[in-house]
Design a protein around this ligand. Structure first.
Ligand code: COS
Length: 376
């Protein structure tokens, strides 16, 4: 990829994801239970080759998750099937801490099965009193003999409580803030691990986790003691631009719907595209979508070239998520009441587009990351 243009191979991957989302995933989503993990979709993403593309099978420098491929797949799926998009992303988010910091045995045990869609992964960081400030998280892991005992609560964990494997962040020392956190692997079904689903405005598999004296051997520790916060932050540095790609896909779909309608719909004796109030609003929206896409793919390309950083990731997420909210709103305004009929794709996007401005770091946290870098 040059600074300004995706290659034909990259465009083909995005189109392949779009087509798999439309032809193979949409029917499975329609048949599935809303707001719950859809294992058929996850398996389809494995069989169709999208999840395997996401995961290197071995650990090491040449086994990085390719940020650009992640973004291409997320953008393509987002245009047609946000539920499948989210399922792909969550397999990545939940598993990347293992790819990044796990032992070779952990990688061999989990990553191939996640890549086939056989097991469902989740990333468990947030707590009722620690969302934007995960350095203050309270779920405890106490050293007991050779192992650990974990107790506490996680909430707003995507794929909880049904995931097969959680990468989970726990406090292993007091008074150290972000430096007192350690990452663990917690398999679903471990004694003492329970949870419940939370119903959101856009149906999404998400819930709480309750850990009551969950005993784990030291083999389930992910990375060094006290290094868990960095495991989480490195994961977010990879995934934040790709949240932007999800939003670019949704914004593009909304724009396409609005442009199509503006050509067709007539009012006051002419197509509504011939009113500048409509055409200029869509011209602005198209410009913003392009700007968001460029920021997203430049952050991803920098990551893949080993030149990525938290600021680029934050800028991409901030701009793309905020842009998508505006563009979906413009599209709804152009289509009018029909866009708010519950079965309309724009009504679906309207509900889906709100959460990315909050999860994986709110827009305010992204500004904080950018500002810290500016004034460092
Ligand atoms: N990569 C690697 N290490 C990082 C890092 C990154 N991107 N960001 C911070 N660190 C390291 C710091 O270098 C520091 O290390 P030392 O202890 O060796 O000095 C340590 O982590 C603590 O960093 P810092 O003091 O900057 O942490 P803060 O508590 O101030 O938090 C922000 C920084 C705000 C950026 C962080 O809390 C954040 O991203 N919050 C949002 C969390 C979020 O996305 N929540 C949603 C849940 S996931 S859906």
């Amino acid at each position: 990829m040059t600074a300004f243009q995706l290659t034909n191979d990259q465009l083909a991957l995005r189109e392949r994801a779009r087509s798999i989302g439309e032809k193979s995933c949409q029917p499975l989503v329609a048949d599935g239970e809303k707001g719950r993990v859809n294992r058929q979709v996850v398996q389809m993403l494995g069989r169709a080759g999208l999840l395997p593309k996401l995961f290197p099978m071995t650990k090491g420098d040449d086994a990085r998750v390719a940020a650009t491929d992640l973004c291409l797949m997320r953008e393509g799926l987002a245009m047609v099937c946000p539920e499948a998009e989210t399922a792909l992303a969550l397999q990545g988010l939940g598993t990347y801490p293992i790819v990044q910091s796990g032992s070779p045995a952990m990688v061999a045990e989990w990553v191939p099965r996640v890549a086939k869609g056989e097991v469902v992964a989740a990333f468990a960081l947030s707590e009722p009193a620690a969302g934007s400030d995960p350095g203050s998280l309270a779920l405890r892991a106490e050293k007991k003999g050779d192992g650990w005992v974990l107790s506490g609560t996680k909430t707003w964990i995507s794929n909880a409580p049904s995931a097969d494997v959680y990468t989970l962040f726990a406090r292993t020392s007091d008074g150290d803030g972000a430096r007192g956190i350690t990452a663990f692997i917690v398999p679903g079904g471990t004694p003492g691990l329970t949870g419940a689903s939370i119903e959101m405005i856009a149906p999404h598999p998400i819930g709480t986790l309750e850990l009551t004296d969950v005993a784990l051997s030291d083999a389930y520790r992910l990375g060094e003691v006290g290094e868990g916060f960095k495991v989480a932050m490195r994961t977010l540095d990879l995934f934040r631009p790709s949240v932007g790609a999800f939003c670019v896909g949704m914004a593009q779909r909304a724009l396409d719907e609005a442009v199509g309608w503006a050509k067709e719909r007539r009012a006051f004796g002419k197509a509504i595209k011939d009113f500048q109030a409509v055409s200029h609003a869509l011209a602005d929206a198209a410009t913003q979508v392009r700007a968001a896409r460029l920021l997203v793919y430049s952050a991803a390309a920098a990551y893949d070239a080993g030149q990525g950083n938290s600021k680029l990731a934050a800028m991409a997420k901030l701009f793309a998520t905020e842009t998508a909210q505006r563009v979906v709103d413009v599209a709804v305004q152009v289509l009018g009441a029909r866009a708010l009929e519950a079965s309309h794709p724009l009504a679906h996007l309207w509900l889906e587009v709100r959460a990315p401005r909050i999860y994986e770091g709110t827009s305010e946290i992204q500004r904080e990351v950018i500002a810290r870098e500016l004034f460092r």
